[in-house]
Design a protein around this ligand. Structure first.
Ligand code: FAD
Length: 544
């Protein structure tokens, strides 16, 4: 039986494992923590689909058109078409395996409006859509686990891939309990490790998503794409550990943004963009909030409590818990924060990277969202990407060639052991904090050449000291060995932003404020012996 190693057990990894199992392919699903702790459970607002049983005037063509418009010319048309055409099938499958979607008065799946979309097409489960979907997928995975087709393994982290002559044969995994590297061979490896949040410190996402895997693979020859496109979500609140998201669902339910001037409210988004102004795409709303230079509030208190409690219960609870503010009674202060990564590992339509038999899916891969993602499209893309990769892998003949990676495993094990035995109290997390400060200040909502050059200089310095730092036993080994990969990824992000001398979607350059049609291509970063090279994908290498 063919076997697949899937790294990361959020919605993308689960979806891929289940589809592999359905196709009769064995899947080993590994992650440091159970799926219930993946970032996917945080998804609140919903998942997009045009459903055929509910006449709203919506169409799959509109879904495609909205997604392409949101992506500002950089989302692959074929990829987006596949995504939108499979959306209903995905929702029906999710229902079938036990996802409890909210229902409207007529008994159809309820839909809400989301930013940048011409119709209400976001299906949801109250404001805990991700949690509901993860629960259903985990239950489904467990059915296949019972007969050994899926194996789930926790406390296991990716260390590096086993690549020879442009083909992947497996991965070295670090086992947190034995503190050893293990060699796992597989017919295909699927990366499903989520976004790059902790490169930016406090974001709305999970700190478990740190981009290490993308950074390490980059150093092993895997291309990365569109890294400069970092989505700032317009409405978040500050808490001690992280930024908490106030879901777009609040604006979808009619929530209004305003600032105060001379004692009155200025509903600036409505003034600038008309009645649908609050639901412009996230890049636009975040930039306009930034441009006000003022404290901005979100108001939903005009809705009756019953509606808020039935449609936004978790949001109300979250604001009460973290800020002591009841959104049913008063507005809440909000600010933009890093939320989602449109860029990531470059993949072809079948989700394979430039390395044969190495795939990437979900938020770690760059495919559907171009320069700006529409809310509700990434859960869909994570599931669809998982299915697509699984179908591709299942349909392939095994090449049957075995390659021995014992020497690589021994070398990496030895290097890790040496480092672990060479302990010091230098707080490795200090560099991560410095990196987050750099990335936040140099790659903000508005960037320019000077800031990006300064960012590169800072990261070069962190890299120059990273190798000399001895092992810090006060944090997990992973945080020690992941540092160089994360710093290299950060350099690649900055390099992509430096090369895109225009403003498009989430990438706004104050020194190049206009869109340049000559740059209507994805940026591709590649790594060659320590050098990072960025090119524009004019030949559409990654669209077919
Ligand atoms: C607050 C919030 C709300 C959101 N709301 C919505 C929404 O309403 N609709 C929508 O469409 N999208 C939403 N998103 C985005 C969406 O949730 C994510 O894009 C999607 O869930 C990503 O799924 P994933 O499987 O790719 O990654 P994740 O769910 O992040 O899973 C990544 C997995 O990889 C594992 N992993 C990480 N590093 C390693 C490593 N080194 N080795 C091994 N394993 C590793 C993690 O432990 C985890 O299991 C939201 C995001 C946030 C942060």
């Amino acid at each position: 039986m063919k076997n697949v190693l899937i790294i990361g057990s959020g919605i993308a990894g689960l979806s891929c494992a289940i589809r592999c199992a359905e196709n009769g392919v064995k899947a080993l699903l590994i992650s440091p923590f159970p799926s219930e702790r993946s970032q996917s459970v945080m998804a609140a607002g919903g998942i997009n689909a045009v459903l055929s049983d509910f006449e709203t005037g919506d169409s799959i063509e509109s879904h495609i058109e909205d997604t392409l418009r949101g992506g500002c010319g950089l989302s692959g048309e074929k990829a987006v078409s596949g995504l939108c055409h499979h959306a209903e099938e995905i929702i029906r499958r999710l229902e079938k395996i036990g996802t409890v979607f909210s229902i409207d008065e007529q008994g159809y799946l309820a839909k809400r409006a989301f930013g940048g979309q011409s119709h209400q097409r976001t299906c949801y489960c109250g404001s805990s859509t991700g949690k509901q979907i993860v629960s259903a997928l985990v239950m489904e995975a467990r059915r296949y686990e019972a007969n050994g087709v899926i194996t789930r393994r926790f406390w296991s982290c990716f260390h590096s891939a086993l690549i020879r002559d442009g083909k992947c044969y497996g991965a070295l995994l670090f086992d947190e309990s034995t503190r050893k590297l293990e060699t796992v061979y597989a017919d295909a490896v699927v990366i499903a490790t989520g976004g790059q949040n902790s490169v930016f410190g406090k974001t709305t996402g999970s700190t478990l998503c740190d981009g290490y895997v993308a950074g390490r693979l980059f150093m092993q020859g895997v291309d990365l794409k569109n890294l400069e496109f970092i989505q700032y979500h317009p409405t978040t609140i500050e808490t001690a550990q992280k930024r908490m998201l106030i879901s777009e669902a609040v604006r979808g339910e009619g929530g209004r943004l305003f600032y105060k001037e001379n004692g009155s409210r200025v509903y600036f988004m409505e003034t600038l963009y008309g009645s649908l102004g609050n639901l412009m795409t996230r890049d636009v709303v975040s930039r306009e909030i930034f441009n006000t230079g003022k404290d901005v509030f979100l108001d939903i208190s005009f809705l009756d409590k019953k509606t808020i409690d039935s449609r936004l219960p978790e949001v109300r609870e979250l604001c009460l818990k973290y800020k002591g503010i009841d959104i049913a009674k008063e507005p809440i202060l909000v600010a933009p924060s890093v939320h989602f990564f449109m860029g990531g590992i470059a993949v072809h339509l079948n989700h394979e990277t430039n390395i044969r038999d190495l795939f990437a899916i979900g938020e770690c891969a760059s495919m559907y969202h171009g320069a700006n993602r529409l809310g509700g499209n990434s859960l869909l893309a994570a599931i669809y990407g998982g299915m697509t990769a699984a179908d591709e892998i299942s349909g392939r003949n095994n090449c049957g060639v075995k390659v021995d990676f014992t020497a690589q495993a021994e070398n990496e094990n030895e290097a890790l052991n040496k480092k672990m035995n060479n302990q010091s109290r230098f707080p490795v997390m200090y560099i991560r904090d410095m990196l987050a400060a750099t990335m936040n200040s140099k790659l903000g909502i508005v960037r320019d050449e000077k800031a990006l050059n300064e960012g590169q200089k800072d990261v070069d310095y962190y890299l120059s000291v990273a190798d000399k730092i001895n092992y810090d036993p006060s944090v997990q080994p992973y945080f020690n060995y992941s540092l160089t990969g994360i710093l290299t990824l950060s350099k690649a992000i900055l390099a992509c932003a430096q090369n895109r001398n225009e403003s498009r979607g989430a990438h706004f350059r104050s020194d190049y404020p206009e869109r340049d049609q000559a740059l209507c291509y994805s940026s591709i970063a590649s790594y060659n012996d320590g050098d990072i090279c960025v090119r524009f994908d004019k030949e559409c290498e990654y669209e077919s």
